[in-house]
Design a protein around this ligand. Structure first.
Ligand code: PAF
Length: 281
């Protein structure tokens, strides 16, 4: 596996890969890799793409009081995992490579970026859209792979790809869960043993909403309250939001239908976790 630090080298690799008749799949990550990330790599390989994975803890998507400084950085272990999955390139730029001195261009997907996680984390999606646009510009992939766990991020990036007329496909892969239901996340490693047990409230909340829909419930408020009830049963869990929205616009719906996104975010101790499902899936 080749380790690349500059956008120019990544673009050169991508272009020579394409010249050889292959397609390029990009898996953007912030490292601290787990099975969720590896499922994206496997999806890309299954589609026949040659895979580049980026590992970059992007400062602009963290708020001033968030976990940028302590975000887990496990580069050597990440590389071993990626190599075993047949990834060809790991792109691990320095902050100054991505944000060159004097950088003053940001990508803002208006409206969408202020909803769900964007409402709780002002500026977060501006940072995400900006770094992902830069990664796309450097890698020029045919496809880029993201997890459904970050469903609001997916909505923002789908809009960005369409609005910027980017000639690429965004592939969304299913949520990968631990055996007991917790959605995999690099932040799960912040949880104490007690918090880890309490964190199951999120997947239970999602399942409760899903079950209400499957039973024929169509009132958005009833579905949300079934989910909220599960979060409230856990004393160590503090709900941030429980939302039932149109996945494309992230706007709330009154009447639930197949394809709508039920999303929850909650604090377990000092760790903020998210989970979701697509109704009727
Ligand atoms: O989902 C993530 O890990 C990050 O938001 C991403 C897409 C790699 C951008 O930094």
């Amino acid at each position: 596996m080749q380790e690349i630090q500059t956008a120019a080298e990544l673009r050169a690799w991508s272009r020579s890969t394409r010249a050889s008749g292959a397609t390029v799949g990009l898996v953007p990550t912030m490292g601290a890799l787990h099975e969720g990330h590896l499922s994206l790599v496997r999806a890309a390989r299954q589609r026949g793409d040659r895979v580049a994975t980026s590992i970059f803890v992007n400062p602009t998507q963290f708020g001033p009081n968030e976990d940028f400084a302590r975000y887990p950085r496990t580069f050597a272990a990440d590389c071993a995992l990626l190599e075993a999955e047949g990834v060809e390139v790991v792109f691990a730029p320095a902050v100054e490579e991505i944000y060159q001195p004097g950088a003053s261009t940001f990508v803002e997907v208006k409206g969408l970026s202020q909803r769900l996680d964007g409402a709780s984390r002002p500026g977060h999606f501006r940072g995400v859209a900006t770094v992902v646009a830069k990664l796309f510009a450097a890698a020029e992939p045919e496809r880029a792979y993201f997890g459904q766990k970050d469903a609001a991020q997916v909505a923002v990036l789908r809009r960005m790809v369409a609005d910027l007329l980017l000639p690429m496909e965004l592939v969304v892969c299913p949520i990968v869960r631990e055996a007991d239901g917790l959605a995999m996340s690099s932040r799960n490693r912040y949880l104490s043993a007690e918090e880890r047990a309490e964190s199951l409230a999120l997947s239970r909340a999602v399942r409760a909403g899903e079950a209400a829909f499957a039973r024929g419930q169509r009132s958005a408020e009833s579905i949300r309250s079934a989910a909220r009830h599960e979060l409230e049963r856990s004393p160590a869990v503090r709900a941030d939001y429980v939302a039932l929205v149109d996945w494309a616009t992230l706007l709330p719906v009154e009447t639930a239908a197949a394809g709508h996104l039920l999303a929850v975010a909650a604090w377990v101790g000092t760790t903020r976790l998210i989970d979701n499902c697509i109704l009727g899936n």
